[in-house]
Design a protein around this ligand. Structure first.
Ligand code: PLP
Length: 413
């Protein structure tokens, strides 16, 4: 059981007023707030141990390097990778997915296809689309069923009808909250000789991410979605696959020998980390993982599922409000459209009474424009530290603003 009142003391940012109203922060799918122990781990490192890593043999550099490599090992245990050599530090999910697409596309069989899905964030859609465009591979997207779950029959058909080299799929949708059955997806993909890349940007906090249980080949996530700083992320890859990839960015620390005649490169993961890595970010990421594990990942998962279910129930009571999708399992967020009300007006006006929601296309235009044909939406995304009372406050603010916007639009007609 999570002791929410105690936990909230770790997040002083939540305890503030905006525009004279108590802040209700329900935009955690965009970024989660950082708990004090993570902040302290960063301050402690800068105050006591800071020096560039891997480059020096002096005491501070060795301490910094140990802390970075300790963080790599921490990530390994958190996602249950086999080896810390499978953990590449990047600046975030977007960087991890771009790096995978650039490095992997050259390894695909001629004439093969990349399959992504209609619910992807642009970060797991556009890099593959662009890589396919450059290399002449086919780019396809798995459709959804009417509830917002992946259509697994259509997926199997696409696997049978095409020579699929790779499936790029999100674990949890950042709009629908759909939790995809990754183990089933990897099983089907592997039967057809296709690799699987998982976007775990959302699931890294809501789900228990176990790369061996999922048997995914690559997985990407960002620290800031789990209480770590911005600018740090991870690309996990099975070691035997990372070893086959050529680096796509070059510079210091990722090389073995550099001569005029040519260069050779370090082994993974260092060959994918050119330049000074964000070692303090990695230390903060490890501290965030310690923090979440100490609270209990299963408890966090169950609390967030309950909050999302509650939010969905109370939002649906608002006349003219339509929750988008009803997937078998929803985690992390509820998105909605309101008849006759523009999402930007809604989010802007509730902001003035202290409620932080997100409106827009959530970087998921194929989903919102092509699959659902609705365009922009509003999203509420609670984290474990939110309360039922905060959701009630947000819903009553939404009701008032919706009434106001509707009555002003009637008056102006
Ligand atoms: N994928 C999903 C599902 C996301 O929700 C996000 C961010 O919202 C991203 C990728 C991109 O993450 P970042 O901006 O941290 O690179």
């Amino acid at each position: 059981m999570l002791r929410i009142n105690e936990i909230r003391k770790d997040f002083p940012i939540l305890d503030q007023e905006v525009f004279g109203r108590r802040l209700v922060y329900l935009d955690n799918a965009a970024t989660m707030q950082m708990p004090e122990p993570v902040l302290q781990s960063i301050v402690r490192h800068y105050r006591n141990d800071n020096a560039n890593v891997h480059r020096g043999i002096h005491a501070l550099s060795e301490r910094s390097t140990r802390a970075l490599e300790g963080a790599r090992e921490r990530v390994r245990t958190y996602i249950n990778a086999r080896s810390s050599d499978e953990i590449v530090f990047t600046s975030g999910t977007t960087a991890s997915l771009n790096m995978s697409a650039s490095a992997m596309v050259d390894t695909f069989r001629p004439g093969s296809a990349v399959l992504t899905t209609m619910m992807e964030h642009h970060a797991n859609f556009v890099p593959w689309q662009q890589a396919c465009k450059r290399s002449g591979h086919t780019f396809l997207a798995i459709p959804l069923d009417k509830n917002g779950d992946l259509d697994l029959r259509a997926f199997e058909a696409l696997l049978s009808e095409n020579d699929v080299a790779l499936v790029a799929v999100t674990h949890v949708s950042n709009v629908l909250g759909t939790v995809n059955p990754i183990s089933r997806i990897t099983e089907l993909a592997h039967k057809h000789n296709a690799l699987v890349v998982v976007d775990a940007a959302q699931s890294i906090r809501h789900e228990i991410v176990d790369v061996q249980a999922m048997d995914c080949d690559f997985l990407a996530f960002s620290g800031h979605k789990m209480g770590a700083p911005t600018g740090i992320g991870v690309l996990y890859g099975k070691l035997e696959l990372l070893e086959k990839l050529e680096p796509v960015q070059f510079g210091g620390e990722m090389v073995d020998e550099v001569r005029v005649a040519g260069s050779t490169f370090a082994s993974p993961p260092l060959c994918f980390e050119p330049g000074t890595p964000n070692y303090v970010g990695a230390i903060g990421l490890a501290a965030a993982m310690d923090y979440l594990e100490a609270l209990g990942l299963a408890d966090i998962q169950s609390r967030e599922r309950q909050l999302v279910r509650y939010a969905e129930d109370v939002l649906e009571e608002i006349p003219g409000l339509h929750v988008i999708g009803s997937p078998v399992t929803r985690a992390g967020c509820v998105s909605f459209a309101v008849d006759g009300v523009h999402p930007f007006d809604l989010a802007t006006m509730v902001d003035k009474i202290g409620i932080a929601l997100r409106s827009g296309n959530q970087c998921a235009q194929p989903l919102l424009y092509e699959a659902y044909g609705i365009g922009n939406i509003t999203r509420m995304s609670p984290a474990f530290y939110n309360t039922y009372d905060e959701i009630d406050v947000a819903v009553s603010a939404l009701k008032r603003v919706i009434d106001l916007l509707r009555s002003s639009s009637i008056r102006s007609q």
